[in-house]
Structure formats: C-alpha cells, structure tokens
Design a protein around this ligand. Structure first.
Ligand SMILES: [Zn+2]
Ligand SMILES: [Zn+2]
Length: 279
C-alpha cells in the first residue's frame, strides 16, 4: 500500500475542511432515479454485464506497455494507438470504453438543475455505464462543473451547450493521461470548465491564465496522493479543487464537499490511507 507523508496528507485534507457543509452534499442512495432514465446506477442491480473494472471484455487486470503501440480494438475492430491491454491480449479503445458513459453524462448534466457538482457527480460515478476507471471521467468533471455553475448563476439556457462543448474539448485526452502525459484528464477538465464559463481563448490573457491556474491547482492535489490512479478519487479531488477555485476567482459558490469513498472494496489498486476520501 502506498503511503504519503503526514504533512502531504494534511494538505490534501485541507481542501475538504475549507468546503462548507451544504445540505445537498450528502450522497444520494444508490437506488436514486437517474435523469437519463436508467436504473439509477446501483452496481449490485445493474443490467450492464460488462466488467466494472479491468478489461472491458474479460475483467482481467490491464498490462501497460513501455511505449504506445498500434492495437486492434476487440469491440470496434479499429486499429488505434494504445498503451494497455489485458493479460489475455484484449484491447478496447478509448472510444469504445467510454461511449455509453459519455452519453449518460451528457444527458444528465444537460438537463439537471442540481447546484452541487459533487452530488451530480456521485449520481454518475455510481452509474453502471461509468466504469471504475476510464476516460469518461475526463468529461464527467467539466460536465458537472459547467452544469452546476450554469444552475447557480441562473443561466440554465446555457447549460446544455456548455456540457456539449466540454465533451468536444476533452475528447482528445487519452485514457491513462495522468501517467502517460503527466496530466490527469479529470484535473485538466477543471481548466476546461473555467475556460468555458469565462469564454477563454488563446488571445485572452486573464481568462487563459485562470484556466491554466485552475488545472495546475487540481493537478497539484491529484499528484499529492502519490498513489496509483483511481478515477473516482481523482475526479472528486478535481471537483473540490474547482469549487474552491470558483469561490476565490469566479465569485461563485458551488457548495460541495468530499464524500466517503464507496469503491474501496472493488478497487484492487486502492491507495488506502493515501486517499483523503477514506475516513
Ligand atoms: Zn480481457
Ligand atoms: Zn473500439
């Protein structure tokens, strides 16, 4: 088990203590109905038969390659560059891995009037289409943030387009980017959120600066765990970093706080005490 020095753990934990405890932050029960008309995401009763973690075909652990290679996706048949396949040789491309989840995330966030981005995130993090790990989390983070921001700001008519724009922008971020690029896709999603709501462009100095500082803040928190990737943990850390940043720089109170982890029993690479969501 990976452990982090106490002082570093405290820095991560400080993020939670600084967030106010809103009434809406309590996680919903797994059986809560989903806006997308699904089964509510209760893993125990899910009708989705694809494995929740590991290889999408057989559930075996993934093996990472030392360098990217052209691999043939067992689901769509396309030859794509990949950096991991399972012990039995199955490779599922990012698009096939994330496609069902991306549609659920977009539909829920485009239509929800939820003002708490963590409460919105938890509904989808528990959804059967959203696997334990995967590039769908790169979209989930900016999607819940732009949706909650639009609702808190009284701009519901901008919500669906902002969510759709977030999906288009994060699409190129590869699965495993946290380790392969040195930039967790969920954390980068917080910069995408700031970019969208401030209408940043490469020519707008202040907005571009804010977006990059947001990403840096989230990456610092994600990196501080020094633990194997956990897309649930890193998504929730990124959301909390964005809530704090939005309060300080966008003058918007999105009011969210960190829940207790509920994926520890199914995550073979769980960071244990390195994860601030373990209480
Ligand atoms: Zn497999
Ligand atoms: Zn594919």
């Amino acid at each position: 088990m990976v452990r982090i020095p106490p002082d570093r753990g405290l820095r991560v934990f400080k993020l939670f203590k600084s967030s106010p405890p809103p009434a809406a932050a309590k996680p919903e029960p797994p059986s809560a109905p989903c806006d997308a008309g699904c089964d509510g995401g209760d893993l125990a009763t899910s009708s989705d038969e694809t494995p929740f973690t590991g290889c999408l075909v057989c559930g075996e652990d993934l093996v990472y390659l030392p360098v990217s290679a052209e691999l043939v996706c067992v689901l769509c048949g396309a030859a794509k560059l990949g950096s991991a396949r399972c012990k039995s040789g199955h490779f599922a491309c990012d698009a096939c891995h994330a496609a069902p989840a991306m549609d659920v995330i977009e539909k829920v966030c485009a239509t929800s009037d939820e003002r708490d981005p963590m409460a919105l995130a938890l509904r989808m993090l528990r959804h059967a289409a959203v696997k334990l790990h995967g590039p769908e989390h790169h979209f989930l983070v900016p999607a819940v943030l732009v949706a909650a921001y639009s609702n808190v700001k009284g701009e519901p008519k901008k919500r669906a387009e902002r969510v759709a724009e977030a999906r288009r922008r994060v699409a190129p971020i590869m699965g495993g980017s946290c380790a392969m690029l040195g930039a967790c896709g969920a954390a980068v999603g917080t910069g995408t959120f700031v970019s969208i709501v401030t209408e940043a462009t490469p020519l707008k100095g202040k907005e571009r600066g804010l977006a990059n500082r947001m990403t840096a803040r989230a990456l610092t928190v994600v990196g501080a765990t020094d633990a194997a990737r956990c897309c649930k943990r890193d998504s929730m850390l990124s959301i909390l970093a964005a809530v704090k940043f939005a309060r300080e720089h966008l003058r918007v109170d999105l009011s969210a706080r960190g829940p207790e982890c509920e994926w520890r029993p199914v995550n073979k690479q769980c960071g244990g005490s390195a994860c601030p969501f373990h209480r």
